[in-house]
Design a binder for this molecule. Structure first.
Ligand SMILES: *Cc1c(COP(=O)(O)O)cnc(C)c1O
Length: 395
């Protein structure tokens, strides 16, 4: 990272790290975040995060957790999630894919080990290693590359061996990896602290993949083996190995209907906004673009100033509901970039200023998995597409 880039990240992080209400670096000054507002916001539920960590611990027989916090902690916010998870005994450390996110975790005050699962430039690697970030050994050139970084840092570099056992995405292909792994383990300037692979989430093939990782590392001092993302945490005990590496489950999302039916997790965020307009339509009046929805009889509608740019799926009009004052109301018309409209019914039972919850733990109908299903959206995107500029409150 260049000095100017680093200065930018640091100054913008200083702006987000301190108060409970925070915006990400894209909005370095946030003059409006702490006064009452009609802007939508996110609530990050610390108790739900802790609950999900306990659930993962229980499901995996107490395995240490390498918490995947890539993509801004699955949309919830690195600066909010990192400090909640860091002190928990069950959390061994954190894993990210982007170098900058590793640095942001440190700037948010996270002390535990951080693993960068992506490739980095030498210069970034030096900077990351100085901040105690572990790098992944992931290609033919790993020994040279990591050796160069270690030389510049001036002390042994903590690394994890990333083995491709069939995903075909990242890591050293397992068939060629034994001499490569032996050479890395033998180097005095590297300290191999783990070896990992990424499962394809095809149950039978996952078992084969785990077998390859185990066979490849047999007899080598590579530290803990880890492979299990949320799917394997839920469904594949043979893949739990020495440490587990979930993302989605920590935030309360389910990877499958079977996992959802077991109900062990709690969604760890709420997407909220306050009603900005309540009005009565006559029969035949429409709402939003293309008049896709028309009132068949006199009816009340309410407008929420939150839309797909904030991370609420456009497909929500296909059957999602919104919770206001303990009652559910259907989304109608179109979810536009910054607006969502709900049909309130025969009586104006909601008012301007009432708080609406579009997604959250407060009713099964607004659980992120249920909204995703009704909207024809990915459960991962219900989290990862949350707009990083939304104000976030840890509750
Ligand atoms: C994203 C990711 C995970 C976590 O996946 P979930 O399905 O969210 O639990 C684990 N390992 C790697 C390499 C990943 O990229």
């Amino acid at each position: 990272m260049s000095p100017s880039r680093r200065a930018f990240v640091q100054s913008s992080m200083a702006a987000v790290a301190a108060p409970a209400v925070a915006r990400l670096p894209v909005a370095p000054s946030r003059p409006l975040a702490q006064i009452p507002s009609f802007d939508p916001w996110l609530e990050i539920d610390g108790a739900a995060l802790r609950w999900n960590v306990d659930a993962v611990t229980r499901l995996t027989g107490g395995r240490p957790i390498l918490a995947v916090v890539k993509n801004n902690a699955y949309g919830l916010g690195l600066a909010q999630v990192g400090p909640v998870l860091d002190p928990l005994a069950a959390i061994h450390g954190f894993a990210v894919v982007k170098a900058e996110e590793a640095m942001r975790l440190r700037q948010a005050g996270v002390r535990k080990p951080v693993l960068l699962m992506g490739r980095c430039e030498d210069e970034e690697g030096v900077e990351l290693a100085r901040s105690g970030v572990r790098l992944a050994a992931l290609g033919e050139d790993a020994a040279d590359r990591l050796g160069r970084v270690a030389g510049r840092v001036g002390r042994p570099l903590g690394v994890h061996l990333y083995i491709d056992t069939g995903m075909g995405r990242m890591g050293m292909p397992y068939r060629a990896a034994r001499p490569w792994a032996e050479a890395l383990v033998a180097r005095p300037d590297l300290r191999v602290e783990g070896a990992f692979t990424e499962l394809t989430e095809n149950p039978d093939f996952d078992r084969e993949q785990v077998g390859h990782l185990q066979a490849l590392t047999r007899g080598l001092q590579v530290g803990p083996l880890h492979a299990a993302s949320s799917a394997a945490v839920m469904h594949q005990p043979e893949a739990h190995l020495d440490m587990v590496r979930p993302g989605l489950a920590l935030y309360g999302g389910y990877v499958s209907r079977a996992a959802q039916d077991r109900g062990e997790l709690r969604p760890a965020y709420r997407l909220r906004a306050r009603v900005v307009r309540v009005d009565r339509l006559e029969a035949g009046d429409g709402v939003s673009y293309h008049r896709r929805w028309k009132a068949t009889r006199p009816t009340w509608i309410a407008v929420l100033p939150v839309g797909h740019v904030d991370g609420y799926p456009s497909g929500a009009v296909k059957g999602a509901e919104v919770l206001v004052n303990g009652r559910l109301f259907p989304v109608v018309g179109t979810v536009s970039a910054s607006h969502t409209i709900i049909a309130v019914g025969d009586e104006p039972v909601v008012r301007v200023g009432d708080v609406a919850t579009l997604v959250g733990p407060d009713h099964p109908a607004i659980h992120p998995n249920v909204v995703a299903e009704r909207a024809g959206y990915s459960e991962y995107d219900m989290f990862m597409h949350l707009n990083p500029t939304l104000p976030r409150r840890v509750v």
